[in-house]
Write a protein that binds this ligand. Structure first.
Ligand SMILES: C[S@@+](CC[C@H](N)C(=O)[O-])C[C@H]1O[C@@H](n2cnc3c(N)ncnc32)[C@H](O)[C@@H]1O
Length: 261
């Protein structure tokens, strides 16, 4: 798909992706903060390093970040993406389906790391999962020019993303999720909202249920809690939308629309 070159496999773990890339003829540098799962393989430059300190080699032509982003806190995510956005990047990560927190203006959820697992984060006790919309914005802000999302996703909250710097080719089998040059904020917002929203339990529904079935106090408490969570989710989405509206690409788009009128 991409021309063969020098791949840096970030947080390689058991190194299966690094080995597959080597077998396809790539030069591979693979690093991880833990060495316990490094395979005994030749032809790959395995390095022990924390993602916060790793210096990407100038000869790198592509990056894979598989299963790491959702183990990091938001500043480390931003910092990593800023250092990789000049290179085609294959990403595999979870996103928050329901935003119940806003960190530094980004909607998502906190994830508590089980540090006893060899796949957990190193250096942070909890991590932050942005929503799909927020992940998209983080990628754009980092400097990627187009973002491709693999469909179907292999889990409702997880798929592969291909993040390309400007000038990279368009690819078959990938849904062009966001292209900074043609970004339509309303369309993006509508698509993401559709994907992430559940049926709403409104006050009216809850009252109707109460009238018909006389639900228990527990049931009412559950409905109220769901409603409150829905309201928090909507508030977080609103914050997301406002942040997107401030993105430079969106401002340019708006100006172009005004000029066309
Ligand atoms: C879920 S595993 C993913 C492994 C592999 N990339 C894969 O796709 O199967 C997460 C990996 O991130 C590594 N890791 C966690 N925090 C890290 C950090 N701060 N710097 C570098 N690697 C880290 C862990 O040691 C673990 O190997």
């Amino acid at each position: 798909m991409l021309p063969k070159g020098h791949l840096v496999d970030v947080a390689t773990g058991h190194g299966k992706f690094a080995v597959a890339a080597r077998d396809l003829g790539w030069q591979v540098t693979a690093f991880d903060a833990r060495t316990v799962r490094f395979p005994d393989e030749s032809g790959i430059d395995f390095v022990q390093a924390d993602v916060r300190d790793f210096v990407f080699p100038e000869s790198a032509t592509a990056v894979s970040i598989l299963g790491l982003l959702y183990h990091l806190e938001l500043p480390a995510v931003r910092d990593l993406l800023a250092r990789t956005s000049h290179l085609p990047t294959i990403l595999d990560t979870h996103v928050a389906i329901h935003a119940d927190d806003v960190v530094d203006g980004v909607a998502g959820r906190q994830f508590w790391e089980n540090q006893e697992r060899p796949t957990a984060s190193v250096g942070n006790a909890h991590s932050f999962w942005p929503t799909e919309l927020e992940l998209t914005k983080l990628l754009l802000e980092a400097g990627y020019a187009s973002i491709w999302r693999h469909v179907p996703s292999h889990r409702p909250d997880r798929t592969f993303w291909l993040c390309l710097p400007s000038g990279a080719p368009r690819l078959d089998q990938w849904e062009a999720f966001v292209d900074a040059s043609t970004l339509d904020e309303d369309d993006l917002f509508a698509r993401v909202r559709k994907r992430t929203s559940r049926p709403t339990t409104s006050h009216a529904d809850a009252l109707a249920l109460q009238a018909e079935e006389g639900p228990s106090a527990d049931r009412m408490a559950e409905l109220e809690a769901r409603l409150a969570s829905k309201e928090r989710e909507l508030a977080a989405l609103r914050v997301s939308h406002e942040r997107l509206a401030g993105h430079p690409a969106v401002k340019v788009l708006r100006r172009v629309r005004q000029l066309r009128r």
